[in-house]
Design a protein around this ligand. Structure first.
Ligand code: ATR
Length: 270
């Protein structure tokens, strides 16, 4: 029987994951079926159990179910434990459910693919929600010189930084007391969705800095437009999407797909 995988979300119709995983499967010769499933808002656990009963071997999880997925797992990877969220469910041979989060690894791999060296870099992360929490452990594992979290609600950034202080040099605060320069500025707020820009000082970027938006779209986000006007090299989150998918695929199938052609395909379809 063909192994089944899916992405759970609500809504999920816009998801690019089925196209990405179909491309990975074709490339690696893996016989899998990957679909998008809109789980009911009040019964995510039931949706996962039903999927497993029908031959499901694993799933990606997106908004708004990442925390619920975290809670249903029998076992968690260290990075998922830290993130408090799961984007990858894996059905183990003994029938238990394992959880992982591949978003942060996806971000770090995409940054490296751009030629960015994180070791010794001064890094600023904007936002202190679930998306940011999910990427902090892999970012700190690269040994940046410093990692600053800035958020509209300063107390949330301070609390988040405190949770990760044992892993590296990290501090949190508001936008008011931001002082550059930074080599890498990552926008992990959802401000881009509304076409908003966090209030940022003009002298944020060091020479040769990279501005990374976890969001993506056919046009550059407001943040990337603002950043490139100030001399930064702008990168959107499409590569992170493909890299996190590749890591999920590896967790399920033990094979690492070549992400470059898949990213190119997606870029053309935006
Ligand atoms: P996600 O799962 O995408 O991280 P979230 O947990 O709701 O979603 O977090 C959204 C983040 O975007 C928060 O850091 C939020 O700032 P607050 O904590 O102050 O709410 C930030 N955010 C959303 N809209 C914003 C805006 N217009 N300007 C600046 N920050 C914004």
């Amino acid at each position: 029987m063909t192994d089944r995988y899916c992405v759970f979300g609500h809504p999920v119709g816009h998801s690019k994951s089925p196209a990405i995983h179909a491309a990975f499967a074709k490339q690696t010769g893996e016989d899998i079926d990957y679909t998008a499933i809109e789980a009911p808002l009040d019964d995510f656990v039931g949706a996962w159990r039903a999927f497993v009963a029908e031959g499901g071997r694993g799933a990606n999880v997106t908004v708004p179910f990442k925390e619920e997925a975290f809670r249903l797992c029998d076992r968690l990877s260290e990075r998922a434990s830290r993130a408090g969220a799961v984007n990858t469910l894996i059905l183990a041979d003994d029938g238990t459910t394992h959880g992982d989060t591949t978003d942060g690894v996806g971000l770090v791999r995409d940054l490296k693919r751009q030629g960015m060296s994180l070791a010794g870099a001064r890094v600023l992360v904007l936002g202190a929600g679930g998306a940011v929490r999910g990427v902090l452990e892999p970012l700190l594992a690269e040994s940046p010189a410093s990692l600053v979290i800035a958020n509209r609600t300063a107390a949330k950034a301070e609390a988040l930084a405190a949770d990760f202080r044992d892993l590296g040099k990290i501090r949190g605060g508001g936008f008011d007391d931001l002082a550059g320069p930074f080599d890498l500025v990552i926008n992990g707020t959802s401000a881009s969705l509304a076409g908003d820009l966090p209030p940022l000082p003009d002298d944020l970027f060091a020479e040769g800095a990279t501005a990374y938006d976890m969001m993506y779209g056919a046009e550059p986000t407001v943040f990337l437009q603002w950043a490139t006007e100030r001399g930064a090299h702008g990168v959107d989150g499409l590569g992170m999407l493909v890299e996190q998918a590749a890591e999920s695929f590896f967790q399920w199938r033990g094979k690492r797909p070549d992400t470059a052609p898949v990213l190119e395909m997606l870029r053309c379809s935006l």
